[in-house]
Design a protein around this ligand. Structure first.
Ligand code: DX5
Ligand code: ZN
Length: 219
């Protein structure tokens, strides 16, 4: 099975988002990854519901909001109303996330949970039966264009083993430093969704990179 490719809009040119989105959509992207940062949970600020509302009419791609914010429960309605199809919260931001994940699904969106590189898999185990995506950060969240952290590979392997053992139906997404060199390693470890910002939008031909990432073989 080829991995799904989720370009991260963080590395797009914000002065021509519609054009950048069109290029990755036509280039074969499977979904669009939207990094929401609040300057508290991570040391950076990006965008919120208004931007999602603006791009929603211009793409058919599934829009996935990766909420790197404290207290995401406060903003779920706003993100769903803006057009997010999937909401991923951080386990570190919500100690007891089951209720928040249930609320996301009640609002009609898909739910996901993410963990930072140093957060153990055990902290999200209780959520795996109820989420659509487990997002394993492969850099410290906050900025695009960072180097992949190879110490996250065993966690991806452990997640794949656990999910397969239980027969849970969810994606394992990886986020941070994913490019043509690291893709084969995360695929071999068990990831099936590749989120990539710099590797896609930092290139003159994003479609070519998407194609190559999709065809990356485990190594
Ligand atoms: C980082 C974000 C990532 C980021 C990935 O905090 O969650 O989605 O955009 O960017 P690259 O692919 O450039 O590492
Ligand atoms: Zn992200």
């Amino acid at each position: 099975m080829n991995p799904l490719i989720a370009p991260s809009l963080l590395s797009a040119d914000f002065s021509c988002l519609r054009e950048d989105i069109r290029r990755v959509e036509e280039g074969g992207a499977d979904l669009l990854h939207l990094d929401v940062m609040d300057g508290c949970f991570v040391p950076n600020i990006t965008f919120g519901p208004p931007l999602i509302r603006s791009i929603r009419p211009h793409t058919r791609l599934l829009l996935e909001a990766h909420l790197m914010i404290n207290d995401p429960a406060k903003f779920l309605e706003a993100f769903v109303a803006a057009g997010a199809d999937r909401i991923i919260i951080h386990a570190e931001a919500v100690p007891q996330a089951l209720a928040v994940l249930a609320k996301i699904r009640e609002l009609g969106a898909q739910a996901g949970v993410s963990i930072k590189p140093k957060t153990p898999l055990a902290s999200v185990e209780p959520y795996l039966p109820v989420v659509q995506t487990l997002l394993i950060m492969t850099v410290e969240p906050g900025f695009g264009g960072q180097a992949f952290l190879p110490e996250t590979l065993p966690k991806i392997e452990a997640a794949r083993a656990l999910i397969d053992r239980h027969g849970y139906q969810l994606d394992i997404a990886v986020d941070g430093g994913i490019n043509l060199e690291t893709a084969p390693r995360v695929i071999a470890a068990g990831a099936n969704v590749l989120i990539a910002g710099n590797a896609v939008f930092g290139q003159p031909d994003p479609a070519a990179v998407i194609r190559q990432l999709k065809n990356a073989k485990p190594a």
